[in-house]
Design a protein around this ligand. Structure first.
Ligand code: PLP
Length: 449
């Protein structure tokens, strides 16, 4: 490894970073995170901060899980790679598929198709939804419904169902036939509805209206996050996902639960759908499946969907997949990570620490007028929407957001900015004292706004 001077000098010179401006990164170099321990990250200057982002909503087990690291290392020596395209498999992938179906059995999922991450998973799920209807003799079902504020990755399919125009406009035109419903976002919505249960009903009615307008025979699937993450931690009413399930059932539309963030305990339950008492037809997973230690994702299928493929003729073949689908090293990470996730019962800690973080931020909202909305209270996902004028709900400017971020970091907590929102999703292994450190650092950050 080159010395620190080299790293500082070359920072962002040759590396373009996702979701940022390359010229801006050259002017204001990104923080160099050199190490991590437990739930703390350590930068090149030796500064330590509690990672309230959990890497990127993914390091659920913290940075020091030796069992997962050892499983990855061992597998590298056993079989570092082999293709899983039709005709060959590997022991690690077979074991991982068993562990995954066990973990998701209560959600009604019985099959897994491995990918390299969340965007791969979403694209694959959308393709499989179309193919499912084609196999059933309804090839006109090709359209997709989704929610505004939703985030479903950045492949063409995922970007097309994404509900945040920041990720869309630059790359338009996107996939035709994708339609967006309002988000269950009580702070701002087109119905001016602040009651979450009433808002859920209004969105369900808007969904029915859109389906009737499009014609039900043209719609393949509806995709949603059980709690919208990147869009600002938007927690719907407990009835919301059930309404969506009912409407999908009424019109023969597949419900895809995008569990890339919500899965594996983050909501305080093992899956977001389970948190709301809903059984989807398909799920998309990634991130917490390996605690971010190795890039793996997956599509999960219920018996209802799997049966149609498995009992079909040659047209049921899956003509999509990735070089790294069912990668043996990734698969070893999956098995170890699931075993650790269950052993540590991370969902229980996520529920308790999530409530603590949410309550702590609600207290800060009493102290700082710039806090317009606090969202969370369902596991370790908390969003804070900052405004420059509380009554007018004017979004906070970017410079102030950066100042809050930097001051919080210097005070000991790394948080994430999403436009004028602060987003938090710390490791699910975080302690009470570490949550208090995040709240104290935020306090300093808001004071500096
Ligand atoms: C709900 C959801 N779906 C899909 C994705 C895309 O995952 P990836 O970045 O691994 O491609 C993300 C990423 O944050 C996500 O939050």
């Amino acid at each position: 490894m080159k010395d620190d001077n080299f790293l500082r000098e070359m920072n962002a010179r040759h590396l373009w970073h996702p979701m940022g401006h390359p010229g801006e990164a050259q002017k204001n170099a990104p923080k160099i995170i050199k190490g991590a321990e437990g739930v703390e990250i350590i930068d090149i200057d030796g500064h330590r901060a509690v990672d309230a982002v959990g890497g990127l909503w993914c390091v659920n087990l913290g940075y020091s899980n030796d069992a997962v690291k050892q499983a990855i290392a061992d597998q590298l020596w056993e079989l570092p790679y082999y293709s899983a395209f039709a005709g060959t498999s590997n022991p690690a992938a077979i074991e991982a598929s068993y562990a995954v179906q066990e973990f998701f059995a209560e959600d009604g999922m019985s099959r897994v198709f491995f990918t390299s991450g969340g965007s791969d998973s979403v694209d694959t799920a959308l393709r499989m939804a179309r193919q499912y209807h084609r196999l059933r003799g309804e090839p006109t079902r090709t359209k997709f419904l989704s929610l505004k504020k939703g985030y479903h990755g950045t492949h063409w399919g995922g970007a097309s169902v994404n509900g945040n125009n920041r990720f869309r406009i630059t790359y338009e035109p996107l996939l035709p036939g994708c339609f967006h419903l309002p988000s269950p976002y009580t702070y701002r919505n087109p119905f001016d509805e602040t009651d979450p249960a009433k808002l859920a009903e209004k969105i369900a009615a808007a969904m029915v209206d859109e389906i009737e307008f499009q014609d039900p025979s043209t719609i393949a699937a509806f995709i949603m996050e059980p709690i919208q993450g990147a869009g600002g931690v938007i927690v719907p009413d407990a009835s919301f996902m059930k309404h969506m399930r009912d409407v999908c059932d009424r019109y023969g539309i597949l419900l895809i639960s995008d569990e890339v963030i919500c899965g594996f305990g983050r909501t305080g339950d093992w899956t977001g759908a389970r948190h709301w008492g809903v059984k989807p037809d398909m799920m998309t997973i990634a991130k917490g499946i390996t605690s971010g230690y190795f890039p793996v994702g997956g599509v999960l299928l219920s018996d209802k969907v799997a049966d149609v493929f498995e009992s079909s003729g040659p047209e049921g073949s899956i003509w999509t997949g990735y070089t790294y689908s069912a990668h043996p090293v990734g698969a070893a990470a999956v098995t170890a990570c699931l075993s650790e996730t269950v052993r540590l019962d991370t969902k229980t800690n996520a529920a308790a620490r999530g409530t603590q973080l949410y309550d702590g931020v609600c207290k800060l909202a009493e102290k700082y007028d710039i806090i317009g909305d606090v969202r969370g209270g369902h596991g370790l996902m908390t969003g804070i929407e900052l405004v420059s004028d509380r009554a007018a709900k004017t979004p906070m400017d970017a410079e102030t957001m950066k100042r809050v971020h930097q001051t919080s970091y210097e005070a000991g907590a790394m948080v994430r900015l999403g436009a004028h929102n602060i987003l938090m999703s710390p490791p699910l292994t975080i302690s009470e004292g570490e949550v208090n450190r995040i709240i104290a650092a935020l306090d300093k950050g808001f004071a500096a706004a």
